[in-house]
Design a protein around this ligand. Structure first.
Ligand code: BGC
Length: 853
């Protein structure tokens, strides 16, 4: 039986009996993927093909294709900002339904690395700088998935907290820091939720690459009793024998003839006695156990939840809700709003729907100037393997327009550092050059120049991982042709071009505009190559209303990543004013309106897997835009649309600052709900929001080594120690009501739990229902051990009506009082202080806990 979900499983003896039916060759074949996303089927043991998929902002499935859409949930930072395990667990259940709909057994999520530094490219994909908050929300995410019968893959084990040189870097972390910070979320999730899969990271820790690290066997298996599967990150496994001897079970992707160190080489290593066959059997047992858990092993009980979308093997079931269904939209809209952090509000929010607000009667609709690059294009997720293709996205502009305000718009400046992909209203599909909707026709040409296939697509970015099977092209492809129509809305100079790697030709109405070879800087990460490839642009003069036929050709073999990934993106920059002109136009619009909402932020090409940020400043001249709009109209609300902190040097001058993350497909509707006060901004910061770049840990390895010099002191732990003020502290966020934190009392931990229970009484002192997140921090005055001044020890969200008093019980786990020593976990006897309140910077209630010798 699965210890946590209670699903009946074949016992170890039965799994071993099945392994006994396999030859060594058959066993070794199972240990590398069959292709990019799936494991081999093995009928001899009743194993069907088992499918893995990214993760974590949705379930992409096996293709990288906008036609195969997926519900796009808010980024991990947005989910973490809810501080609400129940909500995150529900998102896990939603993702499990998505996985079943898309034929996926195991999601490659959650990412539980820590925000060691905000420069890290994948911060948006990780929950928090705090191990306890990460552990609680990561566990909830896993619970939601696994209790619905879909596997979670907790990643990236361990020390993959930044991207620079991630494939080779050796991260040096002292043992105490490793245990108390970076391993802590993995430990909690493995122990509490029995995670079914863990992904070994690319990087090394303290001298060993993680796919061959002793931490797998010694800690994961030995200390935590883990019985799930360890898979490599994609292409992370390199050493045949060392990875086999370590507890790596599955090398991804496959097949072994193309990727990974196993296959025939492992067969040979076992043959000559360098790797014991017992180890191979153990790995196959773990693959079969995972298969049994997700329902991929015949003659074992079905997992909970709806069955996989495989009409051949399942009886008819009610259809799973589509990613654009009303139910999914409602859940994602509420989840996004629940994570919005109202960092500052001088009373301007919520906005009234009509003006003047204080007079009864209908008044006239509020005139809102919506400004900023991210208002028009919704940034709903970060870049890299977390990319999914939502069925639609609601931009802030869409959301505010739908809310019935009188909305006008000015872009101001751009948040793109590069040319953006071609989009509506300019890009049109050649088969419907007059209909709304973007797209292109793609033709696949063989070596002989013959048509090997073609398809109509709806986007402008096209990527194929490991061949063209996803486009149902089986013949070898030599050339890609992307054909589209570009229609000018206004006369002027358009920049047209492509992003990609290798050789590209661009033709406009049959005439060649360029023939260029795009190359990356040496040593660039493959994810950077695919997410932020080089671009080639050319100016093209078009008259208003003019349409031109554009063809982009790509020589597939010319890419340095040919075979692994093929990419072509159509780029377009329409005619626009200079930044000065656009900023002046935006300020004038703000001046003529009742209020301004400026939506600034980053893009998936600024925050992405594959590279770290080198600055926390907003891209382009967005700071200047905000300053000028505030100067033109003091009733300015600034909405920050980023996955992780950016510098906000004008924050104290804005009437309100709302931190809204990458909010998923319902982002714009959720934003309208919160700005107009229909919904409470429920979020609290899951990280410290810095005021400047001073004192932040670096992501840059020195001679291939990245030493975590700061040790235990990341995030608020370092600000507290140094007495530095961030812009907004960890745990901070306000709502539309006010609270009094009235009392704290200590209690026995409930039966079966170890630790201490605290009861905190809070009262809603405002005039509307709202949410508070009660946070409890531990500290140890006069400690004999070096410690952070305080650390998060427990938390609970509380909802209350005006005047209502609520008492919330919060379990402070035993581990909150422990520190790691050379002898293991230890509790310093004596008295700890527990302080409770609405944020790490406001802790009005305290209690003492005496711990015996
Ligand atoms: C990422 C993983 C991801 C995998 C498969 C890797 O580059 O680090 O997080 O799951 O690719 O896409």
């Amino acid at each position: 039986m699965d210890a946590v979900t209670g699903v009946a499983l074949p016992d170890e003896a039965e799994l071993r009996r099945r392994v006994g039916r396999l030859s060594l060759e058959q066993k070794i074949r199972l240990l590398t993927g069959a292709d990019f996303w799936a494991l081999y089927a093995e009928p001899v043991v009743g194993l069907r093909r088992l499918v893995l998929s990214d993760g974590p902002a949705g379930v992409r499935g096996e293709s990288w294709d906008e036609r195969d859409s997926s519900a796009n949930v808010p980024s991990a930072t947005a989910l973490a900002a809810t501080w609400d395990s129940g909500r995150v667990e529900a998102i896990g259940r939603l993702l499990a339904r998505e996985a079943r709909r898309k034929g996926v057994d195991v999601l490659l999520a959650p990412t539980v690395n820590l925000h060691r530094t905000p420069y890290a490219g994948r911060c948006f994909e990780c929950f928090s700088e705090d191990p306890l908050l990460t552990a609680r929300l990561g566990a909830a995410y896993v619970r939601g998935l696994q209790h619905s019968g879909v596997g979670a893959t907790v990643k990236h084990f361990v020390g993959n907290d930044s991207e620079t040189q991630r494939m080779t870097v050796d991260v040096r972390i002292d043992e105490r820091t490793l245990r108390e910070l970076y391993l802590a979320p993995f430990e909690a999730i493995v122990r509490e939720e029995g995670a079914w899969a863990v992904m070994a990271a690319y990087n090394g820790v303290n001298g060993s690459p993680m796919t061959q690290s002793p931490l797998l066997r010694d800690i994961l298996h030995g200390e935590w009793g883990y019985d799930g599967l360890v898979m490599s990150d994609w292409t992370a496994a390199h050493a045949t024998e060392a990875a086999a001897q370590a507890a790596l079970d599955l090398a991804m992707p496959g097949p072994a003839s193309l990727y990974g160190p196993w296959g025939d080489a492992l067969l040979e290593a076992v043959g000559k006695g360098a790797v014991d066959e017992v180890l191979i059997d153990d790995k196959v047992v773990r693959i079969l156990r995972l298969a049994a858990r997700v329902g991929a092993l015949a003659d074992t009980p079905s997992p909970p939840g709806p069955p996989l979308a495989d009409p051949a093997s399942t009886p008819p079931q009610p259809p799973l809700e589509a990613p654009d269904s009303v139910a999914v939209a409602q859940e994602l809209r509420a989840a996004a709003a629940a994570g919005f952090v109202l960092a500052r509000n001088d009373g301007i929010l919520p906005l009234p729907r009509s003006e003047p607000a204080d007079r009864p009667g209908p008044g006239r609709r509020l005139r809102v100037a919506v400004i900023g690059p991210n208002a028009e294009v919704a940034r709903t997720m970060g870049g890299g393997s977390a990319t999914v293709f939502p069925p639609y996205t609601i931009s802030p502009l869409d959301g505010l327009r739908a809310a019935g305000l009188h909305v006008t718009y000015a872009p101001g400046v751009t948040s793109h550092l590069r040319a953006g992909e071609a989009r509506a209203p300019w890009l049109l599909r050649p088969d419907r050059p007059f209909a709304p909707g973007t797209g292109a026709e793609i033709r696949f040409l063989s070596e002989a120049g013959e048509l090997a296939g073609s398809e109509l697509r709806d986007g402008a970015t096209f990527m194929w991982l490991s061949g063209f099977a996803a486009s149902r092209v089986t013949e070898p492809v030599a050339t890609l042709e992307v054909r589209c129509v570009i229609r000018a809305t206004a006369g002027g100079e358009y920049q047209l071009g492509v992003s990609g790697l290798g050789r590209y030709r661009l033709l406009v109405d049959g005439a060649e505009v360029f023939d260029a070879t795009l190359t990356l800087p040496e040593g660039a990460d493959v994810a950077e190559a695919l997410m932020r490839p080089p671009q080639q642009l050319a100016p093209v003069q078009l008259a208003a209303g003019q349409s031109v036929a554009v063809v982009a050709e790509h020589d597939v073999h010319s890419s340095p990543f040919a075979g692994f990934g093929t990419l072509i993106q159509l780029d377009l920059v329409p005619p626009h004013g200079t930044d000065d002109e656009e900023i002046a136009a935006a300020a004038a619009l703000a001046a003529a309106s009742d209020a301004a909402v400026v939506v600034i932020g980053t893009t998936a090409q600024v925050e992405s897997e594959g590279f770290d940020r080198t600055t926390l400043a907003l891209p382009g001249r967005q700071d200047e835009l905000v300053r000028q709009v505030i100067a033109a109209n003091p009733r300015t609300v600034v909405v920050v649309n980023s996955g992780a902190p950016v510098l906000l040097p004008w924050a104290q001058d804005a009437a309100a600052v709302l931190l809204s993350w990458f909010g998923g497909q319902e982002y714009g509707d959720a934003l309208a709900d919160v700005l107009l006060g229909d919904v409470e901004p429920g979020g609290r910061l899951p990280m410290t929001w810095p005021a400047s770049e001073e004192g932040l840990p670096s992501t840059q390895p020195v001679d291939g080594v990245l030493t975590y010099h700061e040790g235990l002191f990341i995030g608020y732990r370092s600000y507290d120690r140094d007495g530095r003020e961030p812009l907004f502290p960890f745990g901070h966020g306000t709502g539309y009501t006010t609270w009094a934190h009235e009392s704290i009392t200590l209690d026995q931990a409930p039966a079966g739990a170890s630790g201490v229970a605290v009861c905190v009484q809070v009262r809603n002192t405002g005039s509307r229902r709202g949410r508070d997140v009660v946070q409890v921090y531990a500290s140890r005055p006069d400690s004999a051990v070096e410690r952070p001044p305080k650390w998060l020890a427990g938390f609970a969200p509380v909802d209350a009506d005006p005047g209502e008093t609520v008492t919330v019980g919060i379990l402070i786990p035993e581990r909150a009082f422990q520190h790691w020593t050379e002898q293991g976990w230890s509790t310093e006897p004596g008295s700890f202080v527990l302080a409770a309140g609405p944020s790490s910077a406001s802790l009005p209630l305290t209690a003492r806990v005496e711990l015996p010798e």
